[in-house]
Design a protein around this ligand. Structure first.
Ligand code: PLP
Ligand code: ZN
Length: 394
């Protein structure tokens, strides 16, 4: 059996085919995101979902459906499967009978950005890349710095100057070249692109302008399906910035259906954002297919400070097709929810994850979800990466 059933890359908009054996960014015809495609018909014949049970509990157990063609290119820091944990107290206080968290804070570098960047860096290594660059709101930078160090690649990282200090330090400690930029992630991207003009060798791993971070993030969909014995939850609430995870899970569900691993039922996909930066929520309320740039984005949930997601059309598509929703909550609600969940459940979640939990009240109130639904919320990073969110005393 080959390591992977990867066949080609396909444009998400115009369908143009691209080779996975050369470095790729966006579609060369229309400039949109590329999606990795696999020979799922052959995979279906040789891959049994039940055989996964015996594989090591890491995202690499899905290698046949991931884009890395040679094992020696895998640049791993130990990407363990993340636990699904129930929240009985917080859930019943809200009026939900079946509430779970998938705790992504337990991945290397303390956030789920590890899933995407382990894949991007492993693929880039196989294609001979020596230097990588990224604009980031924080956690993607930390993950890139770590995996680049592990792969002996140079990394060039552009961050808003008010990025949480720990995110800056985790890049510095791994030997990354860090530039702090006035403004938000969009301004960081502009500064990076200016510098790339004189450094054409830097490979840009920006969200959905690089095809393989999405493949890493889609493993969240495979993992949760396997952990729930191939019965998807009724609702998934996902704190959304660039949307890689939501789009990736949606792709995973489609692949799993073609593999015969799950049926056609899909969870309602819900995006949670902060009211200080809620372009997807605004587009959803107006029932638009794309979002508008969000001016003056500010929120304590730094991972959600993305004023305009490059693949917003794919995020909104998954929300609409699944009968989901998009909900904004305030920073005050986010901070209160971090404390409430820690006190009631012993879980110190990140502000982005707290935004998703805080969204549940609105979803119940607006009858987007009901008490009996099985609801899975993503905690996307470890709360201990955000000491500034917690007061030193009561
Ligand atoms: C990046 C990030 C998000 C947003 O993830 P996307 O898949 O880009 O939407 C959410 N939470 C945290 C902690 C993040 O670092
Ligand atoms: Zn295209």
């Amino acid at each position: 059996m080959p390591l992977t059933f990867l066949t080609h890359l396909e444009c998400s908009v115009c369908g143009d085919r691209h080779s996975p054996h050369e470095l790729q960014t966006v579609c060369r015809s229309c400039g949109k995101s590329l999606l990795a495609r696999y020979d799922l018909q052959s995979a279906k014949k040789t891959l049994a979902r039940d055989s996964l049970k015996d594989a090591l509990p890491s995202l690499w157990k899905y290698s046949a459906l991931l884009p890395i063609e040679r094992r020696e290119n895998v640049v791993s820091l130990g990407e363990r499967m993340t636990p699904l944990t129930p929240l009985p107290k917080f859930g019943s206080d809200l009026g939900l009978k079946d509430l779970w968290v998938k705790d992504e804070g337990q991945l290397p570098t303390g956030s789920f950005k590890a899933r995407g960047l382990v894949m991007a860096i492993s693929k880039a290594k196989g294609l001979g890349v020596k230097a990588v660059c990224i604009p980031s709101a924080g956690n993607a930078a930390g993950a890139l710095a770590a995996y680049a160090a592990r792969a002996a690649m140079e990394s060039h990282i552009y961050l808003p100057e008010d990025t949480p200090e720990i995110n800056i330090k985790e890049c510095v400690v791994c030997g990354a070249h860090v530039e702090l930029v006035k403004g938000n992630i969009s301004d960081a991207a502009k500064a990076m692109n200016e510098r790339r003009k004189t450094n054409p060798g830097w490979f840009d791993v920006s969200t959905l302008k690089e095809p393989y971070r999405l493949e890493g993030k889609k493993t969240m969909g495979y993992e949760l399906a396997e952990q729930l014995d191939w019965q998807l939850p009724d609702v998934i609430v996902y704190p959304t910035g660039g949307g890689t995870g939501l789009i990736g899970m949606w792709k995973a569900f489609e692949e799993m259906e073609q593999l015969g691993w799950i049926g056609s039922k899909r969870p309602k996909m819900v995006s949670a954002q902060s009211s200080g930066c809620a372009p997807i929520v605004k587009a959803y309320r107006e029932q638009k297919g794309v979002s508008q740039f969000w001016e003056n984005a500010v929120t304590i949930a730094s991972g959600l400070r993305v004023p305009k997601a490059f693949a917003d059309h794919l995020i909104l598509d998954a929300i609409y097709k699944s009968g989901g929703a998009a909900v904004a909550v305030s920073d005050e609600e986010i901070v209160a929810t971090v404390h409430e969940i820690a006190r009631k459940e012993g879980l110190f979640i990140c502000p982005e994850g707290a935004a998703a939990f805080a969204a549940l009240r609105y979803l119940l109130k607006d009858r987007k979800i009901s008490a009996a639904d099985s609801v899975l919320v993503f905690n996307t990073a470890a709360g201990i990466k955000y000491p500034e969110v917690v007061r030193k005393r009561d």
